[in-house]
Design a protein around this ligand. Structure first.
Ligand code: B12
Length: 218
């Protein structure tokens, strides 16, 4: 049943059928389906949507319809995920956003909610975030770290820029800086001097937990 519902869910999201996707997601939650697994499959399939867009097999309105369906079911899934996980964490404070010029928010929002689920205090500052804004907000809230999402090869440089500005302002060691998003690789993270990278939301949680712990024991 789980598998069949996940298949239907994935198909309705890929087809951009928001109403059908929402209905299936509600049934899935009601039947105590494995939300983690569903999100994993959906993330994989969203990459497929992107590939078809790149190959001109589908066009922007179709990609937008898929994104809308995905966002609609996230509204159902994410609060449930929060309810079901009662894990404690080292209670770090994280500022998270998508870098300048980039409007992609779905992955960043998943990471943000997963961090909250695991007990971190998260300041989600949205998309198309100016590099200085990341640092300003980190200062304001006394953050442990800054998490930057980028979904486009054309906006990844924004992650480097934030780290460079942190160095210029003498706050590079004050906050850890982590990066993620579909085009981001461990090599890129290393090249720009980030403190870490992950390609999954749960990986991001483990990374943040480790980095906060390191700061506490320094
Ligand atoms: C949905 C989508 C959209 C939606 C976004 C809706 C929204 N509100 O977010 C819409 C339709 C609006 C859109 C617009 C555009 N898009 Co778009 N989009 C996508 C698509 C299909 C899926 C992205 C997604 O949501 N994935 C699902 C989430 C869950 O996965 P994720 O974001 O990767 O996040 C996971 C991990 O990466 C990680 N993670 C994410 N962030 C972070 C941060 C940290 C710190 C960590 C540790 C981990 C982490 O955890 C997440 C959970 O597992 C991708 C395809 C792809 N390959 O990614 C194209 C894609 C990113 N888009 C692309 C393009 C070109 C565009 C447009 C320019 C199209 C246009 N001509 O207008 C515009 C750009 C607008 C802008 N200025 O930003 C290209 C980018 C190509 C490039 N240059 O690199 C892609 C790759 C499609 C393609 N193959 O051509 N897009």
């Amino acid at each position: 049943m789980n598998d069949e519902q996940i298949r239907t869910l994935v198909q309705t999201v890929v087809d951009g059928e928001t109403d059908a996707a929402v209905k299936t997601a509600e049934e899935f939650v009601h039947a105590n389906g494995d939300i983690d697994l569903a999100l994993k499959k959906l993330t994989e399939e969203m990459k497929g949507v992107g590939d078809r867009f790149e190959q001109l097999e589908i066009f922007l309105p179709e990609m937008m319809a898929s994104a809308d369906a995905m966002k609609a079911i996230m509204k159902i899934f994410l609060p449930k995920l929060k309810e079901s996980t009662g894990v404690d964490a080292s209670k770090g404070r994280i500022v998270i956003g998508t870098v300048a010029g980039d409007q992609h928010e779905i992955g960043k929002d998943i990471v943000s909610v997963m961090l909250e689920i695991f007990g971190f205090t998260v300041y989600n500052i949205g998309t198309d975030v100016d590099p200085l804004e990341f640092i300003k907000r980190a200062d304001e809230v006394g953050a442990d770290g800054i998490a930057m999402s980028s979904l486009m090869t054309t906006t990844m440089a924004g992650q480097r820029e934030v780290i460079e500005i942190m160095k210029e302002k003498g706050v590079r060691d004050k906050y850890f800086a982590i990066v993620g998003g579909a085009p981001v690789t461990p090599e890129w993270a290393e090249e720009i001097g980030a403190d870490g990278y992950s390609d999954t939301a749960f990986g991001a949680v483990k990374l943040v937990a480790r980095l906060v712990e390191e700061r506490r024991t320094k």
